[in-house]
Write a protein that binds this ligand. Structure first.
Ligand SMILES: C[S@@+](CC[C@H](N)C(=O)[O-])C[C@H]1O[C@@H](n2cnc3c(N)ncnc32)[C@H](O)[C@@H]1O
Length: 272
């Protein structure tokens, strides 16, 4: 059986992979990059290769995310390892990277901290785009920090990671980024796979999803230098609440950015 025939079979189609998931699975299992997946689709597969692909398809069909099955995901062009202790970095979060990246000057080295770093996705993406900046990152979860450190080592990107509850024991930064947990407990829109497979600590927060965001907005005032910036990802219905909390606390020049679907996803603010 060749790749083209296997991909057309009922057992693979039942996995309902997106095009990018299918490409990633084939790349990881067969070692074929995208162009080879097309050029070599008529070559015979070994029985072992067929079995591996069918096993992954069966796990996918039961709802397990492809990134957790393979232990790999691409984020902002970086190949990251992920474990069940970290949130799978989302395409949406590249928006946070883009907004933060536009806030980093090219000409001087600034201190940047990524809060709630999980797999290290945002910190590693920013440091690879801005090698001059001094990049650190933290997470409350010890296993997440281990995953982030392993990613930094395999990508050869210099980021200082530490385990901490929010800003505990930290100094001052010019720019802080964060994609905190912001989904309300019991939110009926949360996908079954997220509830079943992703860490609760990474997804949910009290007070309608706003508890950790409010704590972050409050604490960051003591850890962002005057004139510095905080960039925050949030739920697409939370922008107004974020704006009100941030302005009440004294943050200035508060701007919300929309994703390609026009939904409010990232808010940037300045410390006076
Ligand atoms: C939504 S995930 C974001 C992960 C990563 N930044 C990303 O975008 O893929 C939120 C992360 O916040 C961490 N977290 C939750 N509560 C925290 C706290 N009090 N202090 C620091 N990190 C926390 C979780 O462990 C989780 O890794």
């Amino acid at each position: 059986m060749n790749l083209s025939e296997l991909l057309g079979s009922d057992r693979i189609r039942a996995a309902e992979w997106t095009i990018s998931e299918q490409r990633l699975v084939i790349e990881e299992v067969l070692g074929l990059v995208m162009v080879d997946q097309i050029l070599r689709e008529q070559e015979s597969l070994s029985q072992e290769q067929i079995e591996k692909l069918l096993t992954i398809a069966a796990r996918s069909r039961r709802g397990e995310p492809v990134a957790y099955i393979l232990g790999v995901v691409y984020f902002d062009g970086l190949r990251l390892s992920v474990t069940s202790d970290v949130l799978i970095p989302r395409l949406d979060t590249e928006m946070l990277v883009a907004v933060a990246s536009a806030s980093i000057p090219r000409e001087r080295a600034i201190q940047v901290h990524d809060m709630c770093t999980g797999s290290g996705a945002v910190a590693l993406a920013l440091k690879s785009r801005h090698p001059k900046c001094e990049m650190s990152a933290s997470d409350i979860c010890r296993q997440a920090i281990a995953c982030a450190r392993a990613n930094a080592v395999s990508l050869k990107i210099d980021v200082q990671f530490r385990q901490a509850d929010l800003f505990d024991g930290m100094g001052m930064f010019d720019l802080v980024t964060a994609n905190p947990p912001y989904v309300a407990w019991g939110d009926p829109e949360v996908e079954a796979a997220v509830k079943r497979y992703e860490p609760e600590l990474a997804v949910f927060s009290a007070a309608n999803g706003l508890a950790l965001i409010e704590q972050l907005l409050t604490d960051a005032l003591n850890h962002v230098r005057s004139g510095g910036i905080l960039c925050l990802e949030h739920g697409h219905r939370q922008a107004h609440d974020v704006y009100l909390m941030a302005s009440d606390l004294g943050w200035q020049i508060i701007t919300t950015y929309q994703d390609l679907a026009g939904r409010d996803r990232v808010t940037r603010m300045h410390k006076p």
